[in-house]
Design a protein around this ligand. Structure first.
Ligand code: A3P
Length: 296
C-alpha cells in the first residue's frame, strides 16, 4: 500500500509496526490461560476472533446477549502489537479477565518469548495465498480509495508479494513458521485453514473448543450450541450487524471493509492465469516437503 517496510529477523513489517512489535517483545507477559490468535491479514482474523470469543465465553454470555451483537470482533479481541502497544510501552493487562484473548499478525519468530515459553495457546488460521493476496489488495484499496484495485496497482503489489517484500511477508515464511511450530507441539499451536472452516464449520468449531480444553458437552451439542455459534459468526450474520456496517477500527479501517465476499476462489476473478501460475509454483517450491496443502 506504499507504506515503508522494514526487514527485521527476516520478516517484513510496516515501519510503523516496528516499535510496537519490539515493545510487545519486551513487555508482554503471557499467562498460561491466554489465547493468542495469529494470522496474516485477510486470512480469517475477524472470523476466528468471533468464533474464539464465542466459544471461550459461552458460559458468560447467552448467545442472544453476546457483546458480538454490539461490538466488532476487533474491539473484543485486541491486537497485541497494534492496539495494546501502540500508545503505551507497558499497558496494564493484568486485570483483563481470563482467558485473555489477543490477536496478532506477528511472525511466529517475532512473538514475545513468554508466549512460547508458557502454556498459553496459539490458534493460527491461514488462507490460500491467492485469495489472501486478492483480499488484501482489495481491502487496502477500498479503505484508501473506496474502490477496487486497478490492474496496474494489482500488478505492482503482486510483484512485491511474490518477492516476499510485503507487509508480514514473505507469506511462505509466515505460514511455515506456525506450521512447523504446530508440528512440533500440536497442543500448543492449532493450525486452521480458512477453506476448511468454509467447508465444514461444525467440525472446526468443535476442534477449536477441544484445543482450548473447553469441549462441548453432549448437552450443549443437543441444545444446538455449536450451530448457534457458527451461525452467529458466519459471514452473512456478522456482515449484516449494524455495528459491522458502520464505524471504524484502529482509527482508519472501515468496519464494513472486513466483510467483502467471504468466498473461496475469488482470486479467479482478479488474477490472470499467468499470475495464478506464478503463485502456485512459488507455493509448490516453498511448501515442498512440509506436508502443507491448500485448497484453492
Ligand atoms: P474477502 O476479501 O475474500 O471477502 P480478516 O478478517 O483476516 O481481515 O480477513 C478478511 C477476509 O475474511 C475477507 O475476505 C472477509 O470477507 C472474510 N470474512 C470476514 N468475516 C468472515 C466470516 N465470518 N466468515 C467468512 N469469511 C469472513
Amino acid at each position: 500500500d506504499g507504506s515503508p517496510l522494514v526487514k527485521y529477523c527476516g520478516c517484513w513489517l510496516q515501519v510503523m509496526l516496528f516499535r510496537p512489535v519490539l515493545a510487545a517483545q519486551k513487555h508482554f507477559k503471557a499467562k498460561s490461560t491466554d489465547i493468542l490468535l495469529s494470522t496474516m491479514p485477510k486470512s480469517g482474523t475477524t472470523w476466528l476472533k468471533a468464533l474464539t470469543f464465542s466459544i471461550a465465553n459461552r458460559n458468560v454470555f447467552p448467545i442472544d446477549q453476546t457483546p458480538l451483537l454490539t461490538s466488532t470482533p476487533h474491539m473484543l479481541v485486541p491486537f497485541l502489537e497494534l492496539n495494546v502497544y501502540w500508545e503505551q510501552d507497558n499497558p496494564d493487562l493484568e486485570n483483563i479477565p481470563s482467558p485473555r484473548i489477543f490477536s496478532t499478525h506477528m511472525h511466529f519468530e517475532l512473538l514475545p518469548v513468554s508466549i512460547r515459553e508458557t502454556d498459553c495457546r496459539i490458534i493460527y488460521i491461514c488462507r490460500n495465498p491467492l485469495d489472501q493476496f486478492v483480499s488484501h489488495i482489495q481491502f487496502l484499496f477500498r479503505n484508501k480509495f473506496g474502490k477496487d484495485a486497478d490492474p496496474a496497482a494489482m500488478d505492482e503489489a503482486f510483484e512485491m508479494y511474490c518477492q516476499g517484500i510485503y507487509s508480514f511477508g514473505p507469506f511462505w515464511d509466515h505460514i511455515l513458521g506456525y506450521w512447523n511450530a504446530h508440528l512440533e507441539n500440536p497442543g500448543k499451536v492449532l493450525f486452521l485453514k480458512y477453506e476448511d472452516l468454509k467447508e465444514d464449520i461444525t467440525s472446526q468449531v468443535k476442534k477449536i473448543a477441544e484445543f482450548l480444553g473447553l469441549p462441548f458437552s453432549q448437552e450443549e451439542e443437543e441444545q444446538g450450541l455449536i450451530d448457534q455459534i457458527s451461525g452467529l459468526c458466519s459471514f452473512e450474520s456478522l456482515r449484516n450487524l449494524a455495528v459491522n456496517k458502520t464505524g471504524i477500527t484502529l482509527g482508519v479501517l472501515k468496519n464494513s471493509s472486513f466483510f467483502r465476499k467471504g468466498q473461496v476462489g475469488d482470486w479467479a476473478n482478479y488474477l490472470t492465469p499467468a499470475m495464478a501460475e506464478r503463485i502456485k509454483k512459488l507455493m509448490d517450491t516453498k511448501f515442498e516437503g512440509s506436508g502443507l496443502l491448500f485448497k484453492t
